[in-house]
Write a protein that binds this ligand. Structure first.
Ligand code: SF4
Length: 441
């Protein structure tokens, strides 16, 4: 008989937000959330499918749970999220100790599925929805001493980038009701949170119709900025084809909207961008970067980029290098292409760039970005920033760390600063990854 549940979350911020929705759905039915896996009657694993190794890690955990189930055979295992949606009932065959499988749009069915599993049945619900946004669920905050909360504003994605599994695991785009989002932000403010991140696979295509009024992303951003003036506001992820000047103008208008944009480029080559179905060109992307620099001078910039996609030539790769050198991102998340079964690319665009070539291109990109990040941090020497303290530095007990509005990590003397404090600091040193500062009164 399940009473207590434990959740393990893998992958993106969307999954962190979803795990909090799941916790709220189960608590509403009287189940108790526990942080100690040894106490749990139900172990829930919220999974990611974006790259092969994300799924390999989950299979490793499932194997580990066998030892727990040996001691307590009544423990139930539930696999949820993108891997559950991608593989569905195949997983019952592949991993014998799974009892419940729940897709990202079926979390309201979870209590029913637990009942089925308690009767010894394999229980599964993976129907994708055109409407589900969990708008009436106020998520349970799993990290109860956090100061930064994730608020999902929409679900799904309609972009069908040829390498991406997300549209198949998270379904079609649907935007959450404005008031439901504002209520959750106000709930976080009331709980003492200092920062929120508005989440969507592509926040720039947020589009909520309420009678004769249509709310697009910059409308929502302005409403949230006005609704919780004491909170820092961030958002992720933007898409270059939809990012508007109106959004940039709203960011410039409100001090509590952080001056940071994560704008995935993926490649600098037009022919590769076309094969990826990214729906923009290098010139269009550079135009968006120019607009950011025009409306938000000094805005923090990061990106996602990967090497070794189908047919990528040395010239294509050189285009990516040139773009990285032109834009000079503060930070970049860089990967080798990892083919995902079920995507358009896995069917039509063979993974034909040799692994060693992918490896050397990735190493080259990382080297260039490390230099650019270091230059970007050196340019901040002597400047003063407001930092939101997130905790004690992992490296030094006498230091705290936090982020600037530009999303740069900063460390400084601990003194009596605590998590959640907003502190003005002056940058005195830096590495390629961190600003080192001194508090200024
Ligand atoms: S925009 Fe493209 S990469 Fe991002 S989630 Fe949608 S399909 Fe995937």
């Amino acid at each position: 008989m399940v009473k207590k549940f434990y959740i393990e979350t893998y992958g993106c911020q969307m999954n962190v937000a979803d795990s909090e929705v799941v916790a709220a759905v189960l608590e509403k039915e009287g189940y108790e959330f526990v942080k100690d896996i040894e106490q749990a009657d139900l172990i829930i694993v919220n999974t990611c499918s974006v790259r092969e190794n994300a799924e390999v890690r989950v299979r490793g955990r499932l194997h580990h749970f066998k030892s727990l189930q040996k001691k307590r055979p009544e423990i139930l295992i539930a696999l949820i999220g993108c891997m559950a949606e991608r593989l569905k009932d195949e997983l019952f065959e592949q991993e014998k100790n799974i009892d419940i499988i729940v897709g990202p749009d079926s979390y309201l069915q979870f209590p029913k599925l637990i009942k089925e599993a308690e009767h010894g049945d394999n229980a599964m619900e993976v129907e994708l929805s055109l409407t589900e946004t969990y708008k009436d669920i106020c998520p349970t905050r799993i990290d109860d001493n956090s100061i930064s909360g994730f608020v999902s504003i929409m679900r799904g994605c309609n972009n069908f980038c040829t390498y991406c599994i997300v549209p198949y695991t998270r379904g079609r785009e649907r935007s959450r009701e404005v008031q439901s989002i504002v209520n959750e932000c106000k709930d976080l403010e009331a709980r003492g949170y200092k920062e929120i991140t508005l989440l969507g696979q592509n926040v720039n295509s947020y589009n909520f119709v309420d009678g004769d009024k249509t709310f697009v992303f910059h409308d929502l951003l302005e409403i949230v900025a006005q609704s919780v003036p004491s909170l820092r506001i961030r958002f992720s992820t933007s898409h270059p084809k939809d990012m508007s000047d109106d959004m940039l103008k709203i960011m410039a208008k409100y001090d509590n909207i952080c001056k940071y944009i994560h704008l995935p480029v993926q490649s600098g080559s037009d022919s590769v961008l076309k094969l990826m179905n990214r729906k923009y060109t290098k010139d269009w992307y550079m135009g968006r970067i120019e607009a950011i620099k025009k409306y938000l001078p000094g805005c923090g910039l990061s990106t996602d980029v990967f090497v070794g996609f189908h047919g990528e030539t040395d010239e294509d790769f050189q285009d990516t290098i040139d773009l990285m050198k032109d834009v000079r991102f503060d930070l970049a998340y860089m990967f080798k292409y990892s083919e995902r079964e079920g995507t358009y690319a896995s069917k039509k665009l063979p993974d034909n760039v040799p692994e060693d070539v992918k490896g050397s291109r990735l190493a080259k990109l990382i080297e260039i970005q490390r230099e650019t990040s270091f230059e970007s941090n050196k340019a901040d020497l002597g400047k003063t920033f407001e930092v939101l303290v997130e905790g004690i530095s992992k490296k030094r007990e006498d230091q705290v760390y936090g982020r600037t509005s530009q999303n740069k990590v900063c460390v400084f003397a601990r003194e009596d600063f605590k998590r959640g404090d907003l502190v003005n600091v002056k940058v005195v040193e830096c590495t390629s990854a961190t600003l080192i500062a001194e508090p200024v009164l």
